[in-house]
Design a protein around this ligand. Structure first.
Ligand SMILES: Nc1ncnc2c1ncn2[C@@H]1O[C@H](COP(=O)(O)OP(=O)(O)OP(=O)(O)O)[C@@H](O)[C@H]1O
Length: 247
């Protein structure tokens, strides 16, 4: 059964070389959603997440909301295995793909085809799976003969087409996103939107962080509001989004 379980998870970023003496000797809540704490004379830490306990089950489409610095990206990175919590336990059952950075693994000097392989490996695809999907990814990218030349010669739109086509070629059980990926010119955008909708439909658990009420209301069946790295509210989208957006 696909599931995610977080037990008392905290993520702290120690700040070395910080002007710690200029920070007051107490917890500082900044105007945004972040928190800086002076632990001792020598140690200043920024809290990303604080004591988060959370269970996500199959079928749930989770939306994350919160002010800048409230911990949304930190949580997505913990779920993607990029950050190991400073405290607490994370247990993830199911094949998980993160679309937080779709250009991760891309080598500017490698060709389009080589980059499809590199990115495929980064996402945990086997060489055989990559070979099976190669034609479909190449066709979806619409890059034609450009796939034989180095990535660095592509326009920024072409680079995104390649990263998008490759990153959305797998069907994970758990999908982690921080935006609705939509890229390219009008023609590509239409196809990209459809591909994203199919990907989200096929996934068993979605975790999507966004500042867009419309996007969260359209795609989520549960919304979690983070503030200062903690869960402030967790419930039905209508209820949480109304409370967060204030209407
Ligand atoms: N690499 C890092 N080093 C130090 N502090 C960090 C790091 N990454 C995040 N933080 C801190 O952790 C807190 C949470 O940041 P995070 O990026 O998770 O917020 P967010 O909710 O995604 O914000 P936004 O809406 O602006 O993207 C912030 O106070 C931030 O300063």
């Amino acid at each position: 059964m696909t599931s995610i379980q977080l037990q008392n998870v905290s993520v702290e970023f120690p700040i070395y070389n910080s002007p710690s003496r200029s920070l007051k000797n107490r917890v500082l809540s900044v105007a945004t959603g972040g928190k800086i704490e002076r632990k001792s004379d020598r140690l200043v830490v920024v809290s990303g997440l604080r004591d988060v306990t959370l269970t996500i089950r199959e079928g749930e489409r989770i939306g994350l909301v919160g002010h800048n610095g409230s911990g949304k990206t930190t949580l997505l990175r913990v779920l993607s295995g990029i950050y190991i919590p400073t405290h607490g336990e994370v247990s993830i059952e199911g094949h998980c793909i993160s679309l937080i950075n779709i250009s991760l693994g891309i080598d500017p000097d490698a060709t389009g085809y080589e980059n499809i392989r590199l990115r495929g490996v980064m996402m945990g695809m086997s060489p055989r799976e990559i070979a099976e999907k190669m034609d479909e990814i190449a066709a979806f990218s619409g890059l034609g003969d450009f796939l034989d030349v180095p990535f660095r010669t592509y326009s920024s739109g072409m680079q995104l087409r390649l990263a998008f086509a490759t990153s959305t070629a797998v069907r994970p059980e758990i999908l982690i996103m921080d935006e609705w990926l939509s890229t390219g010119d009008e023609e590509f955008k239409g196809r990209a939107n459809q591909r994203m909708a199919e990907l989200v439909d096929a996934t068993k658990i979605l975790v999507l962080a966004s500042h867009s009420r419309q996007l969260l209301a359209a795609n989520c069946n549960r919304v979690i509001w983070l503030e200062y790295g903690r869960i402030k509210m967790d419930g039905a989208p209508d209820e949480v989004l109304s409370a967060y957006f204030g209407c």
